[in-house]
Write a protein that binds this ligand. Structure first.
Ligand code: F6R
Length: 369
């Protein structure tokens, strides 16, 4: 049932290109427009929405953090992202013009369920992004956009995360479409590139041997830090979460710009720091800033592990280890840059003798608050 892989997690990492393609299937028409009629929220309501709030836990929350960039950039609707376990306790401001997106692989996470119940009681519309047909969260929501990752067995979420990103991007673009946002060249290109992303993920998977080797060489470390900016920041958080749950190592993700506000004090000789470098195109200011962050930490002895686009030569002098990912539009980079972090965590867990599919103290679906 593991299809020749040692662990479900490895199988599920390998299934990501298919999962991504399946989640796009039938949702983009020949003219390059989105057809999401399956969301039965009337277009008039989507046009009137004045705020989007994403609620989720863990890895799904990280997908939500990335979705915020997409919703605000393409649909131009203010978007908040909140941990489901915190949401209802702060008396959030919600009404019928609020679109709440509840992201959940299992569809059974109690914190997320309680958050969406609270949102509906306040009159908000709730749309579930979910991987499990007929589960509780979609049943209790006004609408659902299913991810088609297929069953995810390993406790650590991998393919579900990538498909959550796809679904959230589709939603963001769909919101832009129904609201009549100007369909610029950028958006058209993004839809085209989304369709090609499965192949890019496949290419990343083919180049993972050096990442595995690197992971094994770090098995005796105590701490790994992760840095990112823009959409690379939630990717850093996700990389750290994977490492905590699988390798039982201290791992933290930071926004690279926050380094000098405290975390840089953690840098001492030999500490591995994974840096997710944004595309040098488009947001070049952002890119230059992270290159200087890499220089800063390296000057303090950090072992720099740099994830950067193919063709980005500016990082080469400062990378102790360089992991290449294909060039993508800025907002799509998380779909390729997350993959090496999954492989990294899985291999480190194996090297440390941990149970990959069933990490200690964790359950696949968390049905208590
Ligand atoms: C991490 C992980 C968890 C889940 C979280 C939400 O690898 O698997 O953090 O992402 O428990 O679960 P769902 O998506 O089922 O609501």
């Amino acid at each position: 049932e593991k299809g020749g892989y040692d662990y479900f997690m490895l199988k599920e990492i390998a299934e990501q290109p298919r999962a991504v393609a399946d989640t796009l299937l039938g949702r983009i028409d020949a003219a390059g427009s989105l057809t999401l009629d399956e969301i039965r929220i009337p277009a008039t309501e989507l046009r009137e929405a004045d705020k989007v709030v994403v609620v989720a836990c863990g890895t799904a929350y990280h997908a939500g953090l990335i979705a915020k960039y997409a919703v605000e950039h393409w649909a131009r609707i203010p978007c908040e992202v909140e941990l489901a376990s915190e949401f209802r306790y702060r008396d959030p401001i919600l009404d019928h013009r609020t679109l709440v997106i509840a992201v959940s692989q299992s569809g059974e996470t109690m914190d997320t369920l309680m958050a969406l119940r609270h949102a509906r009681e306040q009159g908000a519309r709730v749309l579930a992004v979910c991987n499990t047909n007929g589960s509780t969260i979609p049943r209790e929501s006004d609408a659902v956009l299913y991810t088609h990752a297929g069953p995810e067995v390993a406790v650590a979420s991998t393919k579900a995360f990538l498909t959550q990103l796809v679904a959230c991007y589709l939603l963001a673009l769909y919101l832009a479409q129904v609201r009549g946002a100007k369909w610029g060249d950028e958006v058209r290109a993004v839809i085209r590139d989304l369709a090609g992303i499965a192949e890019e993920v496949e290419r990343v998977l083919e180049t993972m041997e050096p990442v595995r080797e690197l992971a094994r060489s770090l098995a005796a470390k105590n701490t790994v830090l992760f840095l990112g900016r823009h959409v690379g920041y939630p990717v850093a958080l996700e990389g750290a979460l994977k490492l905590k749950e699988l390798a039982y190592m201290h791992a933290e993700g930071f926004a690279a710009g926050e380094l000098k506000h405290g975390p840089i004090a953690l840098i001492e000789p030999g500490v591995p720091v994974v840096v997710v470098v944004p595309s040098p195109r488009g947001r070049s200011l952002l890119h230059d800033k992270i290159v200087s962050n890499i220089q800063e930490i390296r000057a303090r002895g950090a072992l720099t592990i740099v994830i950067a686009e193919e063709g980005d030569e500016s990082v080469v002098p400062y990378a102790d280890h360089l992991v290449r990912v294909p060039a993508t539009p800025v907002l799509l980079q998380p779909m390729v840059s997350t993959v090496p972090l999954q492989v990294f965590a899985c291999e480190l867990a194996t090297a440390r003798g941990n149970e990959v599919d069933q990490p200690r103290n964790l359950a696949k679906s968390v049905t208590v608050e």
